[in-house]
Design a protein around this ligand. Sequence first.
Ligand SMILES: [Cu+2]
Length: 306
Amino acid sequence: MFASPRSLSRRRPVAAGATALLALVLTACGSSSHSGHAGMPGMDHAAMASPGAASSAMPRMPGMPGMAAGEGLAAELDGYRLDSPVVGLPSGQAVSYPFTITGPDGQPITDFAVAQTKKLHFYAIRSDLTGYQHLHPTMADDGTWTTDLAALDPGNWRLYAAFTPNTGPHKGGEFVLSRSVTVSGEAAAAPLPAAADSTTVDGYTVAVHGEPMAGMAHKVTATISKDGRPVTDLQPYLDSYAHLSAFHEGDQALAHLHPLNVVDGDHGGPTLTFHAVLGKSGNWRVFLQFQTAGKLHTAVLTMHVA
Ligand SMILES: [Cu+2]
């Protein structure tokens, strides 16, 4: 986990073979460059390589105080800060959420590296791990970003920005920062569904295999089928055959991963392989997004990490 968040990384060597990717990951992990940020909570670059792996994080232990930051739970890390004037939002209607990413000099950053085809990836999740939204905000010339959120249910939400500054002392480092907002109205928390090794969405069945352990890189696979047949027509989504976001029950730590599979046209699947590093034990709510025939599907299940 922890690592994962960053790991998700966005970087991608898609062209490289999976083996190469793994090698990159390992390298990355070991390199000090990340480490610096490794802290960064959000991500690892290394990760990039590994889709999911979270390498950088590895050194950190889950229980450590710093970890939270590493998992995207802090608004500021290493001088980079996610700021917004908004602390509350109305429920039940589409809303916009303005924010800025400021650097160590206190000025809004406008120069970001593109990762997974975007300069910034934005996520929203309610405290009970429902209501997942994965969005790509737009930035004005002055560095003010605006995210258009779909209607939110009442309660406490956490909003995350994942980005790689192209400037400043941690240029090239992946960050995941977040802030919370309160959405008005009577909140009714939903119990977290029990851990499961498969789920369905839009007629697709997604079966997950693997026994992830906290803080360790483990192989996790997701196999997609439809009507009993393996699905082999996955299309690239954000330069990958899937995008996986996972949120930890209790503290909303974020991990996001991409499969190691090499992208080659509209024939991904049926099995996606992740080098998953989840930093904390317990239950994670997993959102696996994949695309077929131009439509995005989001499979959701609870995964237990030992
Ligand atoms: Cu994104």
